[in-house]
Write a protein that binds this ligand. Structure first.
Ligand code: ARG
Length: 579
């Protein structure tokens, strides 16, 4: 059920009736204030400009044509030409009734499913996953879940960085360890981070080691068996680490979704050759470069995009061109969505322009880079360990569970030790995820344990607790599994809650369109808050409540509990019956 769409369709019919073009923007929105009703139709203003008439007069004309007889109690013109719509309670109840027990909570299925490639997480395998990979991993996963729920065909692509120049130095360092008699099987890859640091130090300080490392890269990329065997050791270790993180984070990425940079190796030379042959790329100081006038700077200098280095090496950029070809031409994607930090924005703009020019992206494939901001420490600087190192994601998540346990132990006196451990895990991981997902994706945000673990405000613990409250009410009321009673909306709080419950689909649409899970977070928070207000104003368990009023309220409660669980599940956050 999508009320916004319904109102928009009705407005469009009215617009056509008054002689406006069929594609005029109806500009229907949810009202931001109760005094503006439930929805606003704002399209008259822009349309009046187009027709050079008075917007209020046009709004009146539209209103005369607008058929909202059963839907709305009140439709009125406000301000310079807004139309405010107040929905009818009985109509709302009739719409909501079937949604409450429906397995999709009234959310329709996509009638035109798309094939969507979602590129997310994509850690670099030379190192362990660190906090910088959190955002891509969980934002991407939330969007994937929403798209699948809606009915799109999603192809997850974990574009792991397993092919960069760092592997030369890692192989070189490993080679020397082996020469010194360290057993290959037991060699200390347990701490990839330390190993990487040692290798990097040698790369920077030790004469000859950097050159040796570069040779190893060339050998590796050329298919040398010995190098590949050593390289595979790093890859396997690293993938094992990231697997654990994915399980802990409750994200849906598995081995089958890994399509690492190395997988594109065979495609690179032919792509480079064809770009050269068509004149799209030109030689410049030994390298092959595409000069992009479309992305020129203020002085008019074209933006250079290097696709092959002097000496023949390929780059991150070349691989991304191959990825375009694979996803658009081979997989047939309608939409490609990529989640990385904002610093890569120019890179993806360049990739898109070059790929379109070279026919590596079909014109009907939409290419969407979705950037995100940085996670900051409470000092306002990028989040680091106390000693200034990068924070390993696995350690951060462990700490989250430990901290959550302390909070849960204080609050929950009736849980067994096992239950506390389970609740702490769900609360701790949920808290980290929700704190991140609820922020506007494009801005930086401050990572704060205290605020994310609070039971007040928009946090995972607040929502998980709200869920347990509703569930406990339903248990106390002893509602049967097949409980079904007619909805009767009388009080304002009942109506507000019903309306919010019906707006789930509208929220999801926006989440999927803009790849913004924070909208779902806001929605769930508002839903839970409205439930609390409803609960205060509309008793269910008190003696003397008329049975049909009580049953209707219990129906609403069932809907809210299911919606909270479903909504949090789309964010990859777990709920529990008690906490
Ligand atoms: N491995 C890259 C990084 O850590 C992200 C890769 C994103 N995807 C892509 N197709 N380039 O920054």
């Amino acid at each position: 059920m999508n009320i916004k769409q319904l109102l928009s369709d009705k407005t469009q019919a009215a617009m056509i009736a008054v002689g406006l073009p069929a594609d005029t923007n109806t500009a229907v929105t949810q009202s931001t204030k109760v005094e503006f009703g439930d929805y606003q139709i704002n399209g008259a203003m822009a349309a009046a400009k187009l027709l050079k008439t008075n917007p209020r007069a046009l709004a009146q004309q539209l209103l005369d044509q607008l058929d909202l007889a059963d839907i709305a109690d009140k439709v009125e013109i406000a301000g310079p030409g807004f139309i405010n719509v107040t929905l009818n309670k009985d109509w709302l109840a009739a719409q909501l009734q079937p949604a409450l027990l429906d397995s999709r909570l009234g959310v329709s299925l996509n009638v035109k499913p798309q094939k969507v490639v979602v590129d997310y997480s994509a850690p670099n395998l030379a190192k362990e996953m660190h906090v910088g990979h959190l955002r891509s991993t969980i934002i991407g996963d939330a969007v994937v879940r929403a798209l699948e729920f809606w009915g799109d065909t999603v192809i997850r692509q974990n574009h792991m960085g397993d092919w960069g120049t760092q592997f030369g130095m890692l192989i070189g360092h490993l080679e020397d360890k082996i020469a010194a008699g360290v057993d290959l099987e037991t060699v200390a890859l347990a701490d990839l981070e330390d190993f990487y640091r040692e290798a990097k130090k040698r790369f920077d300080d030790e004469t000859g080691f950097a050159d040796k490392s570069r040779d190893y890269v060339v050998k590796l990329q050329g298919g040398d068996e010995h190098c590949q065997k050593l390289w595979q050791l790093f890859i396997d270790t690293s993938i094992k680490h990231s697997d654990e993180v994915y399980r802990t984070l409750n994200v849906t990425l598995g081995h089958e979704h890994i399509k690492p940079e190395s997988a594109y190796n065979p495609m690179l030379q032919p792509i480079v050759d064809s770009l050269k042959a068509t004149g799209i790329a030109v030689e410049d100081q030994g390298a092959l470069v595409v000069f992009l006038h479309e992305l020129a700077d203020k002085e008019g200098n074209p933006s250079p995009f290097i696709i092959q280095k002097t000496g023949g090496g390929f780059l991150y950029a070349t691989t991304d061109l191959a990825a375009c070809k694979y996803r658009s031409l081979e997989l047939g994607a309608d939409r490609i969505i990529i989640f990385t930090d904002a610093r890569q924005a120019l890179h993806f703009k360049q990739v898109e322009v070059v790929a379109r020019k070279a026919g590596l992206l079909r014109s009907m494939t939409s290419y969407e880079h979705c950037p995100f901001g940085t996670m900051m420490g409470e000092d306002g600087k990028p989040f680091k360990t106390r000693t200034g190192g990068t924070v390993k994601l696995a350690e951060l998540l462990e700490e989250a569970v430990v901290r959550a346990k302390a909070v849960v132990e204080q609050k929950s006196t009736e849980l067994s030790a096992d239950e506390i451990a389970e609740v702490a895990r769900k609360v701790g991981i949920g808290a980290v995820k929700f704190a991140d997902l609820s922020k506007n994706r494009t801005s930086d945000y401050i990572f704060s344990w205290d605020s994310m673990l609070s039971f007040e405000g928009a946090t995972a613990p607040y929502l998980q607790y709200a869920y347990t409250r509703v569930r406990s009410i339903l248990r106390r009321a002893d509602v049967a599994a097949d409980f079904n009673a007619p909805l009767i909306l009388v009080e304002a709080q009942e109506k507000q809650l019903a309306l919010k419950t019906l707006q789930f689909e509208e929220t999801l649409q926006q989440v999927m369109k803009d790849a913004q899970p924070n909208l779902l977070c806001n929605y769930l928070y508002e839903l839970a808050s409205l439930y609390m207000t409803f609960y205060e104003a509309c008793p269910m368990l008190k003696e003397g409540i008329e049975p049909k009023v009580r049953d209707s309220r219990l129906m609403l409660s069932i809907g809210v509990s299911r919606l909270l669980a479903q909504g949090l599940d789309l964010l990859g956050i777990e709920v529990m019956e008690r906490m």
